[in-house]
Design a protein around this ligand. Structure first.
Ligand SMILES: CC(=O)N[C@H]1[C@@H](OP(=O)(O)OP(=O)(O)OC[C@H]2O[C@@H](n3ccc(=O)[nH]c3=O)[C@H](O)[C@@H]2O)O[C@H](CO)[C@@H](O)[C@@H]1O[C@H](C)C(=O)N[C@@H](C)C(=O)N[C@H](CCC(=O)O)C(=O)O
Ligand SMILES: Nc1ncnc2c1ncn2[C@@H]1O[C@H](COP(=O)(O)OP(=O)(O)OP(=O)(O)O)[C@@H](O)[C@H]1O
Length: 501
């Protein structure tokens, strides 16, 4: 594509080279100098770790024929264009380069602190049950045209998203959209048909600093809806209620029966409230959803109120898309779960082991309560904290775990460059001051799981949370690379011992 054409994507541009030089052919776009190919346009980004402007010379040596950056002082031999915000420019230019690929799909953006991955897999399952094809990008994997790719970020950078949107031949495209992505303009240049808000609770304050700012950053997603785009918002979460009030677009909201009376003030044109009622959390989980004056009774194979919220939000979105309610209800009942989210493995004694991705106080509350609702006799919880991530949430997480559980095993999660000693010291203190005498520190994650496995009895529930199916960042004592692998190894060893006896 010609550079002159591409530059039309950015309104505010300061050309500081002879404009005749703009008439050059661009073979592609690069944000990483190490990936530049001959004829590329290099976009320099001032990052959190380093500054892309430092690599302009490297990019040019590797074949970049033009550069976009933010600094007037840049010295380079190729045409250079100065913009206010390189990340925004990257989104707009990549979108134009790939011919606005979000236009060819029905794009669904999902944001919120918890539930993005679960809801995205659930929606994909429903869409496929309705005979639709569907791409998905998120924390666990990117799935495009049925091919599975290892993810870089939950929401990749604008260039990668546009590439994936362009590559996808699927009718629907589901994207988990993180708050980091929203703040970093990773979805610039994308139009969403549906924007889903699951909830907001304490997380990532190392990045957003305050809950207020976190909320504002999450809200950015709704500026990216297509002209006829719709918002689907969980108003049971107070932040969702605020969001619904703030937006002036068609909204479908999820409220609860007790909440119905309070949401009058949100009623305005294009507002459609749906009500969750008759929730049955014990035994076989089911609930009723009242939508457009009709009551739909829904059975869902996963316990816990959080799972009901995800199922209800997925139902509303799918019906809003025009899928028959009965098809959606059937699909919900046959959902097998998202990888590493509430994955149950049965212990030979009858105890239940759950591998889950909970890493916030709110997620702990929901998960641990779900075991109580299912009649757990004893609850054990194994978890740790990611190094170099929001440490302000840790005390509340430990307190919540200790409130609901009979035993808490504090262990290692990814260190992310923080020393084991530092984390270990923090775990010892958290245990001492907040575990109500129920805690123990066992740094070796595999041994913590082994200890729970060896003492598990019928009626026990054991939660291992924070990593889902992600691989460990180190080797532990037992030869396994993830929480699930450890459990399967222990289960296998049990079987072998039984045979020998
Ligand atoms: C702090 C943060 O969010 N960083 C993200 C950000 O990196 P950055 O742009 O600041 O990159 P940088 O390393 O400082 O480099 C600056 C520029 O120099 C370029 N460069 C660098 C070296 C070189 O030799 N040549 C060169 O050109 C880089 O390509 C880049 O363009 O933009 C990158 C591209 O989008 C992201 O991959 C990267 O995510 C890092 C790896 C990360 O860990 N982010 C986490 C916090 C995150 O985003 N998480 C959310 C999920 C959160 C959740 O819900 O749990 C996510 O969406 O993944
Ligand atoms: N609607 C919900 N409300 C509260 N907690 C939830 C909800 N859905 C899932 N959870 C809990 O949060 C954990 C993470 O869920 P999930 O991976 O679906 O969310 P996510 O938003 O994609 O998280 P992340 O951004 O960290 O990848 C789950 O393992 C579960 O414990």
């Amino acid at each position: 594509m010609h550079l002159i054409k591409l530059l039309e994507a950015i309104e505010e541009i300061n050309v500081n080279r002879d404009s005749t030089m703009i008439d050059i052919h661009i073979t592609g776009i690069a944000v990483d100098s190490r990936k530049v190919e001959k004829g590329n346009l290099f976009i320099a980004i001032s990052g959190y770790e380093t500054d892309g402007h430092k690599y302009i010379e490297d990019a040019v040596k590797r074949g970049a024929v033009a550069v976009i950056g933010e600094h007037q002082t840049i010295n380079t031999t190729v045409p250079l264009f100065i913009v206010k915000n390189s990340r925004e420019a990257l989104g707009k230019i990549s979108s134009m380069f790939y011919n606005y690929p979000s236009k060819k799909h029905k794009v669904i953006g999902i944001t919120g602190t918890n539930g993005k991955t679960t809801t995205s897999y659930l929606l994909k399952h429903i869409l496929e049950a309705a005979g639709k094809s569907c791409s998905l990008i998120g924390t666990v994997s990117y799935i495009i045209n049925g091919e599975v790719y290892k993810p870089t970020n939950t929401t990749p950078d604008a260039l990668q998203i546009q590439t994936l949107l362009s590559k996808s031949e699927d009718e629907f495209f589901i994207m988990e959209i993180s708050s980091h992505a929203l703040k970093q303009s990773r979805i610039e240049g994308i139009g969403l048909d549906y924007g889903i808000f699951t909830n907001l609770s304490h997380d990532h304050l190392d990045y957003h600093e305050t809950m207020e700012q976190y909320f504002e950053d999450k809200s950015i997603m709704f500026n990216h809806l297509k002209e006829d785009g719709k918002a689907i918002i969980n108003e049971i979460c107070p932040w969702g209620k605020r969001l619904a009030k703030k937006l002036h677009i068609p909204i479908r909201t999820l409220g609860s029966q007790s909440f119905e009376v309070h949401n009058e003030d949100n009623k305005k044109d294009g507002y459609h409230g749906c009500i969750l009622k008759d929730i049955q959390l014990q035994g076989k989980v089911n609930f009723t959803l009242c939508m457009n004056g009709e009551n739909y009774k829904i059975f869902y194979p996963f316990p816990g109120l959080h799972n009901i919220y995800n199922a209800a939000i997925a139902f509303l979105t799918a019906v809003e898309m025009g899928i028959e309610p009965m098809v959606v209800i059937k699909a919900l009942a046959s959902f097998r779960g998202a990888p590493g989210r509430f994955e149950i493995i049965h212990h030979p004694s009858g105890a239940i082991f759950v591998v889950d991705y909970a890493h916030t106080k709110d997620a702990f509350e929901h998960c641990l309560n779900s075991a109580k609702q299912q009649g757990a006799k004893r609850i054990t919880h194994i978890f740790g904290f990611r190094g170099a991530r929001d440490s302000s949430k840790r005390v509340d997480m430990v307190k919540t775990s200790a409130k609901h559980c009979d035993a808490v095993l504090l262990t290692l999660d990814d260190l992310n460059g923080v020393s084991e000693n530092e984390i270990s010291e923090e775990l010892v203190n958290l245990n001492l001051y907040h575990c109500r005498g129920k805690g123990k520190v066992q740094l070796d994650r595999t041994l913590a799981i082994q200890q729970a496995w060896e003492t598990a009895e019928e009626g026990d529930w054991v939660f291992i949370t924070g990593k889902g199916l992600e691989e460990y960042d180190r080797e532990f004592t037992l030869p396994a690379r993830s929480d699930k692998e450890v459990i399967l190894l222990l289960k296998e060893n049990d079987k072998t011992e039984e045979k020998i006896i």
